[in-house]
Write a protein that binds this ligand. Sequence first.
Ligand SMILES: [Ca+2]
Length: 379
Amino acid sequence: MPGTDHTHHESDDGGGRPTRRTAATLALVTLGGLAACTDTGTSPRGSEAGDRTSDGGGTSTPRTGDVEVLAEGLEAPWSIAFHYEAPLITERDSARLLERKPDGSLRTVATIPGVTPQGEAGLLGIAVRDGALFAHSTSADGNRIQRFEITGDPGSLGLGEATTLLDGIPSAANHNGGRLAFGPDGKLYATAGDAGDRDAAQDVDALAGKILRLEPDGSVPADNPFPDSPVFSFGHRNPQGIAWDEDGTMYASEFGQDTWDELNVIEAGKNYGWPRAEGIAHEDGLVDPRQQWHPADASPSGLAISHGTIHIAALRGERLIDVPLDDLAASTPRLVGAHGRLRDAVIAPDGSLWVLTNNTDGRGSPSDGDDRLLRVSAG
Ligand SMILES: [Ca+2]
């Protein structure tokens, strides 16, 4: 990869292992693995939040401020999706697909075959539609999008054989994209990083540095902007979050190089600038981001939209960034530093906001398996 483009990778951008990890967080680790927090008024989490509430009935998860810990013991988790009510979680490096069981514990549904994790590559985004799992992962031959039938019932889910819908998406240890989501149009969207080949982002014949759009069977939609191409938008560096509002407008987060991370409104066939521009450039022919942040304050990965607000999970910024849909140039940071790096944000079937932490990857230290799945108040 270009020697000039190594300054802002998602996983080395924090400058080392977090040191502000709280005593309460360390206490959480001692809880041991995958135990759920569904049963008790004796949680050691009490020290983490002065305003922890107790329902007294033993039925709710202990609260830590406006955050509930739904699962812990995760290792480099990347994406959440729901099969009906059942939450599914990917782990990037282990290539495991996990299920959060109704009792709150985690079990392995399957290990996705043929995944070759390296740096930011591995098992990445997932989406679920009509009883099938769609997974974006890295193989020895690049990133691919695969479909698997989901079998069984919640608590004992399984996966059928893989059907590869698209492969040969350029992959790399950095700028590897990886998000996957269904749009309101029923199409499957995927984000592809430039994989270290920045010029590929401007080449509409290349799959790197793009947002891609497929039919659920992997074919190219007839109304894609470039004939017979899955390319939907181009000029992206490393987009990792996509979601739509109720009007069908598409939003995407993107890692900048070392100056500006971006929030973009995505439209078919448009050029989002990279590498000609990073952030707002006012150049003819390029679509500017609607908001930009310095990487230290953001490094945005997954995003979700509910109740008129875009919620962005930020890695290096170690926060949730809330952006109101009616003012895309505004933002409110939340949970700053409280849970470390955040990787994904999704809206659960009940409308609540779920977030994955991301403190166990890319630090060059032994894995603690102490990443967590959180439920966060909407605002
Ligand atoms: Ca841009």
